[in-house]
Design a protein around this ligand. Structure first.
Ligand code: ADP
Ligand code: MG
Length: 229
């Protein structure tokens, strides 16, 4: 199990150091001297109580917030997947949503191939023309993940992606990310925030976030047991 304090920085997907962030109009810092070293490939989970700074950290990594203090070095192209896919999906159909994510410099055939591949990888093959409003919550979340794949993201940042889903869809989305991060060819790296302790059993390592800082990586099942007590 790689430890953030001792693991070699060269094998890391991402190294964040000394991050502090205070939201405008608030007194307490959301992140304080926070460090994170994310290993390359695999599914890595963060847990922590509400307000511990998890979403702030993901937004900084994704570049959605300006850095106030600290450094982030990331060698992968990243994409953020939100808790609520309705906040993320903008266009009326699956194909238009995915085309938005695909490099416009590709020719039409390549774009269409990438669109089909992205749908197939998330189990939505054949649904290119389906209106977004006719998808289930789980299908919408998988479409958001397909958009990340279509954009050639290598690091998926998932902010409680199963929080709004029914149990079957929760398992499907988790199994999908598990597959993408453990496949033999070009495995992805995922940083997954969760409140569901049972999900920790599926990760390659989990860390507890508390008061704006990330603890050391540990086996997910072990952390889940400790938190359940
Ligand atoms: N948009 C915002 N404006 C002001 N304060 C915020 C905003 N987002 C988060 N915060 C504050 O930052 C702290 C950390 O929040 P957040 O990163 O959302 O934690 P978590 O995702 O772990 O629940 C909390 O105190 C929260 O109230
Ligand atoms: Mg949050």
């Amino acid at each position: 199990m790689p430890a953030p304090s001792t693991g070699p920085a060269t094998s890391a997907a991402l190294v964040a150091e000394d991050l502090s962030h205070t939201w405008p109009g608030t007194q307490a810092a959301a992140l304080r001297d926070c460090a994170l070293q994310l290993p390359l490939n695999g599914l890595w989970m963060l847990v922590g109580s509400n307000g511990s700074g998890k979403s702030t950290l993901l937004r900084l990594i994704a570049g959605l917030l300006p850095l106030q203090q600290g450094r982030i070095r990331c060698r992968l192209r990243c994409a953020l997947v939100f808790q609520n896919p309705d906040h993320q999906l903008l266009l009326p159909s699956c194909s238009s949503e995915l085309l938005l994510a695909i490099d416009t410099r590709l020719d039409r055939t390549s774009r269409e191939r990438r669109l089909e591949e992205a749908l197939e990888q998330v189990g939505l093959a054949g649904l290119a023309d389906r209106p977004i409003h006719a998808l289930s919550g789980g299908q919408k979340q998988r479409l958001a993940i397909a958009a990340a794949l279509a954009s050639e993201a290598e690091l998926l940042l998932l902010d409680e992606p199963t929080a709004l889903l029914d149990p079957d869809s929760q398992r499907e989305v988790l199994a999908l990310i598990r597959r993408l991060t453990s496949r033999a060819a070009q495995p992805l790296t995922a940083l997954w925030i969760t409140h569901r302790l049972e999900e920790l059993a599926s990760c390659d390592g989990a860390a507890l976030m508390r008061d704006g800082q990330v603890g050391p990586w540990q086996p997910g099942a072990e952390l889940a047991r400790r938190l359940a007590r």
